[in-house]
Design a binder for this molecule. Structure first.
Ligand code: ATP
Length: 728
């Protein structure tokens, strides 16, 4: 299918065939083995350069060499300090790219209207304005950073934007209505996309394009429209304009086998011990080497054993004693290395020690612990972990998130709630409904903390902390975890933490997991689909996540792959929650071995046996790249990530990408280095949100020393006192 077909494809969505799954007559290459193409970029991978005009788009074969003669070569990086060479700043033959740049939506209208970026980060604002035919306007990037195609800078003004009246929450707030007090006084519909006129909404439901979805557990009711900034509560309870969400997620299985189901650690699990760990801040407790040293209660130890954990990961060795000692913590460790248990286990241990009694049925629940995460699927996963580790105790964990019936969330809570796992929008709604009181909160956890504090969720987090009853930071324990921690976000985080918080960095802050073999292929946008199909056919049935930059593209690529008889499903923010969960379920169980996803699935998701990640589109920010490829290569298992690099649109990421590859001791293609040189920016940060390569606790810029150790050996602490003034 040529690119000229894109518009036709999208304007006539495959309503009957969507959700795009082909189970029968499913393509099988028979290549279940290790047939993945790891050959460095060959000339055929290079000849997909930008086309001079639209006519040239027909047919994928008419590629043009980009003049990067060394594209077929790659350099094995032994020395991670490649970046020192960026000062050369020489230019290679890439400048022609710009001259015949093709604007993707020019003829199709698919991405027309660049100012109208409706990234999920931005939806709050964009949905405040009338839109027409969802496929004709705007870039619908879900990128967590500013969109690179057209949307660039569109919300830069929000940077560090605490206090802005216009929350830009990426995935969560989109479900509700809000912002009336902000820059954009309009409301958004409660159901994603439903009611905004997006023509393809109908694909998922009964064909009615406007608020027409009515699924098994859902109905759409138009509310009356009372003004309030609050996002979901009113929307879902019908107080405001917009449809009411009545989806009730199925309860998770209750049997012990399902609760403790887990996958095996991989061959590189023991190599975690060789990773350097840096602890900064003063009086850090020593790391522990074994679970026994944590002196957890018997029930917890039983649960740990049933979960298949026999050995601590580095982030657990350091974080568990720190949390047990009652200290605030910011911890940064590579994707898939066990951060969830690193905070859950000591919190549960404290709760058991404190003799938490089962909270009984009452209208207002006062949880001792609140955990927030940026996406619904992730918070649900954290909840399942909390349920697993608290099995057999009287600690009750509850999960609430957007896209589900508000009444269902309330019913879950009033049955008793010690640990509340929530997405921010739903949490604020429930607090607003006075179903949750904050007075008893002793532990506040921000998972994916850099995301939770950036311009998307930062304002919501601020609101949470200023809610009546929320204990001050001196009276609660605040814990932040992520695989990436841009400097700028670290500074913001200081506001939430006690001044003597500890910072644990396992390996390089913001570094990619070394168990993921990374390959970067130079592929022009019009050759991407062909290349994708080629790779997926080689992969066979191995589980693969394909990341694209926009929701519409996710639909399109999923449909395209189904047409190619590759069993595929998709997850993105314009899908109903029920569909999202179904898609994830189908992917998890292997029914659909290919999941096309936007950034909504980039962080935190822990899915067994994901062997490949393909970046069909590279993200706009390098931290996003690190999280995406971290969906594979988890817990010591080996994974592979292939990224299509289109010089026309991706050169901005070349430099940080080279650094991530070098640091992870991956091959760096010569052509990528050339592009990185030619786009050299002095003092580059690698992220739209500051330097993700903060190799250390940013306080060290002010205070001096920290401690460096390999995991498992306790550190000698002699750091200087923190400059309180900088943080409070
Ligand atoms: N000590 C351990 N022994 C065995 N398995 C473990 C251990 N710790 C964690 N795991 C498992 O490793 C997997 C990854 O853990 P987890 O999801 O907590 O990683 P993460 O560091 O939070 O990743 P991400 O940065 O992607 O969010 C999970 O399946 C978890 O159950």
């Amino acid at each position: 299918m040529g690119d000229e077909d894109w518009e036709a494809e999208i304007i006539k969505p495959h309503m009957s065939s969507y959700v795009p799954v082909f189970e029968e007559d499913r393509y099988s290459s028979g290549a279940n083995g290790d047939t993945f193409n790891r050959t460095p970029a060959s000339s055929s991978e290079m000849d997909d350069g930008p086309r001079r005009d639209h006519f040239m788009r027909s047919g994928f074969a008419s590629g043009r060499s980009l003049g990067n003669r060394d594209a077929g070569e790659s350099n094995k990086r032994e020395n991670p300090s490649t970046l020192g060479a960026f000062g050369v700043g020489k230019r290679f033959g890439n400048k022609g790219f710009l001259n015949d740049k093709f604007e993707e939506g020019d003829s199709s209208g698919f991405w027309r209207g660049k100012e109208s970026n409706d990234s999920e980060d931005n939806q709050t604002r964009n949905r405040g304005f009338p839109r027409r035919g969802g496929y004709q306007d705007g870039n619908d990037s879900e990128a967590s950073g500013p969109s690179r195609r057209g949307g660039r800078g569109s919300f830069r003004g929000c940077r560090g934007g605490f206090g802005l009246g216009s929350p830009n929450n990426e995935f969560e707030q989109r479900e509700g209505t809000q912002c009336t007090g902000g820059l954009f006084g309009s409301k958004r519909p409660t159901l994603s996309g439903a009611g905004n006129g997006d023509t393809y909404q109908s694909r998922s439901g009964n064909g009615s394009g406007r608020g027409g979805y009515k699924g098994l557990n859902e109905e759409v009711i138009t509310g009356s429209g009372k003004n309030s900034w609050k996002s979901e509560a009113e929307g879902e309870s019908g107080d405001t304009q917009g449809p009411k969400v009545t989806y009730i997620p199925p309860p998770p299985p209750e049997d012990e086998d399902s609760i403790f189901a887990h996958y095996q650690t991989g061959i590189n699990f023991d190599k975690y011990d060789t990773i350097l760990v840096e602890v900064s801040g003063h009086d850090a407790p020593s790391a522990i080497l074994t679970f026994e040293e944590a002196h957890l209660c018997q029930t917890l130890n039983n649960n740990i054993a049933k979960a298949g954990y026999t050995k601590l990961t580095p982030v657990q060795k350091y974080s568990i004693p720190i949390i047990l000692a009652g200290r605030d913590l910011m911890a940064c460790a590579q994707t898939g290395s066990g951060k969830t248990a690193a905070f859950l286990l000591p919190i549960l241990a404290h709760m058991m020690r404190d003799g938490i009694t089962a909270s009984r049925f009452k209208e207002l629940q006062e949880p001792e612990c609140i955990i927030v995460a940026p996406t619904r699927e992730l918070i649900n996963q954290i909840y399942l972990e909390a349920r697993k580790f608290s099995f057999g105790t009287c600690v009750r964990a509850v999960v609430i998130y957007g896209g589900t019936q508000l009444g269902h969330s309330i019913r879950q809570i009033i049955q008793g709630c010690n640990i509340l796992c929530a997405t921010p929008g739903r949490l604020m709604d429930i607090i607003g409904k006075e179903k949750i009181g904050l007075k008893q909160v002793k532990y506040l956890v921000l998972d994916e903390a850099d995301r939770m504090l950036d311009m998307g969720f930062g304002p919501e987090m601020k609101k949470l902390l200023s809610c009546p009853g929320m204990p001050s930071k001196e009276q609660r324990q605040t814990l932040m975890f992520s695989a990436t921690f841009p400097e700028e976000i670290q500074r913001l985080a200081g506001e939430f933490l006690k001044s003597d918080y500890l910072f644990v960095a396992v390996g390089q802050v913001g570094g990619a997991c070394r168990d993921v073999q990374q390959t970067i292929l130079q592929v022009g946008q019009y050759s991407k689909r062909e290349k994708l199909v080629e790779i997926l056919r080689n992969i066979g049935d191995e589980r693969t996540m394909v990341f694209v930059e926009t929701k519409k593209k996710a639909d399109f690529i999923a449909t395209f792959l189904c047409q190619e008889k590759i069993s595929t499903t998709s997850i993105h923010g314009d899908r109903e929650q029920r569909e999202r969960e179904q898609a994830l379920g189908d992917f998890r169980c292997g029914k659909c071995p290919v999941l096309v996803a936007t950034s909504v699935a980039a962080r935190g998701l822990d899915i067994e046996n994901v062997q490949h990640v393909i970046n069909f589109d590279l993200p706009s920010a390098i931290d996003e790249y690190v999280h995406r490829i971290g969906r594979t290569g988890r817990c010591g298992n080996i994974g592979r990530a292939v990224s299509f690099f289109d010089p026309e649109s991706d050169s901005h990421i070349a430099q940080p990408l080279v650094k991530v590859l070098s640091d992870a001791q991956q091959d760096v293609p010569a052509w990528l280095e050339e592009i990185a040189f030619s786009t050299y920016v002095p003092g580059f940060s690698g992220s739209t949100r500051g330097n993700i390569f903060a190799s250390v606790d940013t306080r060290k810029n002010y205070q001096g020393k920290s401690t460096l150790n390999t995991a498992g050996f306790s550190s000698s602490q002699a750091p200087n006192p923190v400059d309180d003034e900088s943080w409070d």
